[in-house]
Design a protein around this ligand. Sequence first.
Ligand code: TYM
Length: 346
Amino acid sequence: MPAFKELVFSGVQPTGNLHLGNYLGAIKRFVAMQAQFECLYCVVDLHAITVWQDPGELTRQIREVTAAFLAAGIDPARSVVFNQSQVPQHAELAWIFNCVARLGWLNRMTQFKEKAGKDRENASVGLYDYPVLMAADILAYRATHVPVGEDQKQHLELTRDIAQKFNNDFAGTIAEQGHGEAFFPLTEPLIGGPAARVMSLRDGTKKMSKSDPSDYSRINLTDDSDAIAQKVRKAKTDAEPLPSETAGLEKRPEADNLVGIFAALNDASREDVLREYGGAQFSAFKGALVDLAVAKLGPIGAEMKRLVADPGHIDAVLADGAARAEAIAAPNVAAVKDIVGFVRRR
Ligand code: TYM
């Protein structure tokens, strides 16, 4: 595999409230990556409409996710911040990838099965095709690294399968047209840290999710300190005090989750947290967690509110990002069309 320029890409859907899982599993890590990599962060509005979105609400949510990126510390002068629908190469490359990806591969996607539920016949074709568009998002930039939460692992494996099959199917023209052995990198998923899978506060065996009917299951980035305190205090736990070693968290999903959240918020590990709180009762630990969560999330929520009050500024950030994103994606997708054998407009 030839060396590809290191580039980070990731995306967040503008659907429903952003929560602590989105922040700790993804957005907080996006911020950290900026020091080391050139990064593109995308509000994936084309993905959002795979399930029904009220148009006015969608517009609001696109701006809100952008505000969350900025409020969390993504610097739009350094990283490219944009929304997917402003860069036509995503949809265009997705079509070509539709003809590379195999039905059998998509039939294995567990997230489609979960999201479509029992009423599969009534799911949109877009929902089924969702992971192919994800591959196009990443590969339009030939991105080498993608920070995501654990729930996206299977989709990133599919992205690698699509890249590999394209590189193999078109190996002849890829070499002839001067791209060497492979046109697309095999992108590395970056899944990690103590909060790669943040669980519901009501049930430690279920993922924290935007679609959980109970708002007590998640902490939203826009929750005020009272709401954060109430949700943490009501969070499900067991009757034992915290263990001193991580082995003691096994089979205690709620304890494990709260310790993982504390660790991620504090840039520490579970071991560090248990060194300090091993033997503590949940009442004391929850008090410390409330203080930490309010200290870390409060300023982000406040900055989001300030930013969404000025949609003109957000839209200008998105327009600038889209132009910079397109400058990278357009030559890549033009080269893909040449590789496939289409005739260019001259
Ligand atoms: P979305 O909007 O559902 O989630 C955004 C990010 O948040 C992570 N995440 C979590 N991490 C830890 N614990 C949780 N409970 C939790 N819930 C969500 C997700 O893993 C994700 O990183 N399909 C993507 C959006 C996307 C994308 C892409 C990502 C579209 N194109 C290209 C990377 C590259 C998604 O599910 O977003």
